[in-house]
Ligand binder design. Structure first.
Ligand code: T46
Length: 138
């Protein structure tokens, strides 16, 4: 499985730095929703689901954590620790985040509004749907 990342230009001057993320230029979609994750308690694992349709880009603004991506066949691990790099969490990719540093802040840009019916939270159901989707593609 290929991991898709987006490198953002760090702008700024002697006063400090700034990163701008423009939709359809720096990331491939129009952002309908922005959320951020912070204050994650030690030892906690978040995520543990896939989205049926939602596409997201995750950026670690501060601190670090581990992002695990799983397409149903292959698993990849990404260390999230850079505020100038986005990682695509595509639709139908099972994902979880763990090993959070105490000060970790994750920014997530999503291409649609929050919709609980878009979540697949059962891994067996996910595998069945991912296998069927691969069959349709092939
Ligand atoms: C994802 C990973 C990376 C809302 O009310 N609106 C929202 O837009 C979101 C994202 C969440 N919520 C509520 C639902 C829960 O009551 O906020 C609470 C925490 O959400 P959740 O347990 O889903 O958080 P994570 O960190 O497990 O997962 C989140 C996103 O939900 C998910 O889409 O891909 O981050």
């Amino acid at each position: 499985m290929e991991i898709t990342t987006f490198e953002f230009a760090v702008r700024g001057d002697e006063r400090g730095s700034l990163v701008a993320i423009e939709e359809r230029r720096d990331i491939p979609f129009v952002t309908r929703r922005v959320y951020y994750i912070f204050g994650t308690q030690p030892g906690v694992t978040r995520g543990l689901h896939a989205h049926r349709q939602l596409q997201q880009v995750m950026v670690c603004l501060h601190g670090r954590c581990r992002l695990l991506l799983d397409d149903g066949q292959d698993k990849r691990e990404v260390l999230m620790e850079r505020n100038d790099r986005g990682v695509l969490i595509d639709k139908m990719i099972w994902h979880q985040m763990d090993e959070f540093s105490p000060e970790c802040v994750l920014l997530v840009l999503a291409d649609d509004y929050y919709d609980e019916s878009d979540y697949i939270r059962d891994y067996e159901e996910y595998q069945t749907l991912a296998t069927a989707a691969r069959g349709e593609e092939g």
